[in-house]
Design a protein. Structure first.
Length: 100
């Protein structure tokens, strides 16, 4: 009885591992068909926009820390965090280079 259950578990794990690997390969193939970015836009983004985004993230974080007691009293900590910290950080660090 345990031998059959053990074989079933082993075959299930193997099937899951194989299906996960095929799924990630298909996802990777879908992402290769992106258009080429303009080198000028990428350079402008790297040298001007990203540093300004980092500055905005730092200033937003400082403003969030200062406004935290007032946000807590108004019960709106999450929206304040999203607007002051999360949005600038996502724009700066999770956006593809040259995409505005």
């Amino acid at each position: 009885m345990f031998k059959i259950a053990k074989q079933f578990v082993i075959l299930s794990v193997i099937a899951i591992l194989i299906s996960v690997s095929f799924g990630s390969a298909a996802e990777a193939q879908g992402n290769t068909a992106t258009e080429d970015k303009d080198p000028g836009a990428m350079t402008f983004d790297l040298l001007i926009v990203r540093p300004l985004g980092m500055l905005a993230t730092l200033l937003g974080s400082a403003a969030f820390v200062v406004s935290f007691p007032f946000s807590a009293m108004g019960d709106n900590i999450e929206p304040a965090y999203e607007k002051m910290v999360e949005s600038p950080a996502l724009y700066t660090f999770y956006r593809p280079l040259g995409s505005f």
